[in-house]
Design a protein around this ligand. Structure first.
Ligand code: C2E
Ligand code: CA
Ligand code: CA
Ligand code: CA
Length: 279
């Protein structure tokens, strides 16, 4: 029942029932989990491809379920999104990530940019901009150290409104990046009006770099496009030296993936940062 959160229930009645049942159990649990403190964040380093140094991290949420163990976001984010719970959960993520980033700075570590994922419903919700402002104010984190990752689909649903909202965030000093770039529907003409600073190449194009000429063409075109629009470009899901070499040769600015590090709990990330700071 590994993939069940993804709405891919199919064919067999027994599996279908199990799938629906699992959804109900998780949905039921989601409500209390936040109050119960069952969520935690892990942080995956983002690395500058030229210097090899960690310049930022992406916050990724985990659910420590009392009975089912650690549950990945692919299984519960869609449910949280459907049920509207994502607004409260997203706010918790935002506030926790800002506080953590501020804590690292106060501990004397070199400042990092913290990237937080924003789901469609969360992005569209009226209160997003004030919530972000409040998370920054309450944590004491300067806006320049926060980035929000938004997918193309979200932006394209209501282009004008999305661009206006991104503009407000940008004016506050928060950075924006387009997640999973290449998998959505944004037209190239729309792209130039997005007030974003980074495009993130989806891991589906990174996976077969080195084997698939098609994926090489897509990845190098995205890098080229980003640079022509004066944007930075990051590749996610980098697992092999071969993928990394291709990206570096083709001018990609940043990378993120298991090759460098898995997402880590805060204590372990801190050790990695201290190692990097050591002469
Ligand atoms: P995403 O934003 O595209 O995040 C990247 C996913 O790729 C993460 O999965 C990460 O652990 C995984 N990953 C990182 N490096 C590698 C690699 O080298 N190879 C492979 N195969 N995978 C890699 P994760 O943590 O399971 O998150 C899945 C998705 O759940 C995220 O995709 C994001 O869309 C969503 N998500 C996670 N945390 C949050 C959150 O706090 N809020 C919202 N709204 N969505 C979240
Ligand atoms: Ca992301
Ligand atoms: Ca992604
Ligand atoms: Ca994704």
């Amino acid at each position: 029942a590994k993939d069940m959160g993804k709405n891919n229930c199919q064919f067999y009645t027994r599996e279908m029932n199990a799938c629906i049942e699992e959804k109900l159990v998780l949905l039921e649990g989601l409500r209390g989990a936040l109050d119960d403190g069952q969520f935690r964040l892990v942080y995956q380093p983002k690395v500058d491809l030229r210097t090899g140094r960690i310049f930022g991290v992406e916050a990724l949420v985990r659910w420590e379920h009392p009975e089912h163990g650690c549950i990945g976001p692919d299984r519960f984010i869609p449910l949280a999104e459907e049920s509207g719970m994502i607004v409260a959960l997203g706010e918790w993520v935002l506030r926790t990530a800002c506080r953590q980033n501020r804590a690292w700075q106060e501990a004397g570590l070199a400042p990092l940019r913290m990237s937080v994922n924003v789901s469609p419903r969360q992005f569209e919700e009226q209160g997003l901009v004030p919530r972000v402002a409040l998370a920054l104010a309450d944590s004491g984190l300067a806006a320049e150290w926060l980035e929000l990752e938004v997918t193309e689909g979200v932006i394209m649903r209501d282009l004008q409104q999305a661009v206006a909202k991104m503009g407000e965030l940008r004016a506050m000093g928060v950075s924006l990046s387009i997640d999973d770039f290449g998998t959505g529907y944004s037209s190239l003409s729309a792209l130039k009006s997005f007030p974003v600073s980074t495009l993130k190449i989806d891991k589906s194009f990174v996976r077969d770099l080195g084997v698939s000429e098609g994926d090489q063409a897509v990845a190098s075109s995205i890098i080229d496009l980003a640079h022509r629009l004066r944007l930075r470009v990051i590749a996610e899901g980098v697992e092999t030296e071969q993928q990394c070499a291709f990206l570096r040769q083709n001018g990609c600015d940043e990378m993120q993936g298991y090759l460098f590090s898995r997402p880590l709990p805060p204590e372990q990330l801190r050790l990695l940062l201290e190692e990097q700071a050591a002469p």
